[in-house]
Write a protein that binds this ligand. Structure first.
Ligand SMILES: [Zn+2]
Length: 136
């Protein structure tokens, strides 16, 4: 093992500051195509797995944000009109920021909890708790 690797190892062992912006969560991109006047997202299940969110929640969000009816079909999501994948990716990114990433440490290790009529996001990594924009 050379010096550079040793240094890397030592750095990895150091406790991470919560203010660190080094580790950014990669927001997954959709694989989508248009079929007739519908838009199919073929990696919808995979996407929800990466985001660790219930497919029904993501479905509800996309329906509302895109003002388009949608249904889950196995691994896929079928949206009821033609949409650009750029627009859908934008909404997924927004969803990730609002409902997945911790507002404090930006890690995706969060859970959504119901507190009364409000939805609260609790971070498993740093323990931060925050309210979620919009009611889901
Ligand atoms: Zn956190």
């Amino acid at each position: 093992m050379d010096y550079e690797n040793l240094l890397k190892r030592a750095l990895e062992k150091m406790p991470k500051k919560t203010t660190s912006t080094g580790e950014r969560f990669d927001i997954p991109k959709i694989k989508g195509h248009v079929e007739g006047n519908k838009t199919i997202i073929s990696n919808f299940k995979e996407l929800c797995d990466i985001l660790r969110r219930d497919q029904k929640l993501v479905l509800k969000y996309l329906q509302r944000e895109l003002a388009t009816p949608a249904i889950i079909d196995g691994q896929r999501l079928i949206l009821g009109r033609k949409l650009s994948s750029q627009l859908i990716n934008q909404k997924i990114e927004q969803f990730t920021n609002d409902f997945v990433l911790c507002k404090e440490c930006k890690k995706p290790d969060t859970q959504l909890l119901k507190e009364g009529e409000f939805t609260i996001m609790k971070c498993m990594a740093c323990g931060a708790k925050g309210s979620v924009r919009g009611n889901m």
